[in-house]
Design a protein around this ligand. Structure first.
Ligand SMILES: [Zn+2]
Length: 143
């Protein structure tokens, strides 16, 4: 999560909402890929930290299926990213702050653990939650 927080800070430097993500390899410690929110920087509404990290991890592995990998992200994923998480078949999602306004992994929705879907990752929430939330609060306060 510390690495994801570093990524989040990179997003803020470009004027993007500070959200950062990393993907860990099946060994649980090797960083396969990282990403931060680049919506403003890339003029891309889909350039969320999670999506970028998942794409880069798949490219690094040479396969779309991210079985046994872990996605670590500073903010609870939105519906788009929850869909991508489900599609990637990633095994574990770890996130920091909850997103009560748009979260799709336990707050507004729980897309990633929807019983109707055939793949449901393990979800661990609240890791360094206060630090993750503080970064977001500071960003919006400064705007
Ligand atoms: Zn998202």
């Amino acid at each position: 999560m510390r690495l994801a927080l570093d990524e989040a800070e990179r997003a803020a430097r470009n004027g993007d909402v500070p959200v950062g993500a990393i993907v860990l390899a099946p060994d649980g410690s090797t960083v396969l890929a990282s990403g931060h929110n680049e919506r403003e920087a890339a003029h891309d509404p889909t350039a969320h930290a999670e999506l970028l990290a998942l794409r880069r991890a798949a490219a690094a592995l040479g396969q779309w299926r991210l079985a046994d990998c872990t996605l670590v992200v500073t903010l609870e994923p939105c519906t788009m990213c929850a869909g991508a998480i489900q599609q990637s078949r990633i095994d574990r999602l770890v996130y920091g702050a909850r997103d009560e306004k748009a979260g799709a992994a336990g707050s507004l929705w729980d897309v990633v653990r929807d019983q109707r879907l055939n793949h449901r990752p393990e979800v661990v929430e609240g890791v360094l939650a206060e630090e993750c939330a503080r970064l977001l609060t500071a960003f919006f306060r400064d705007r």
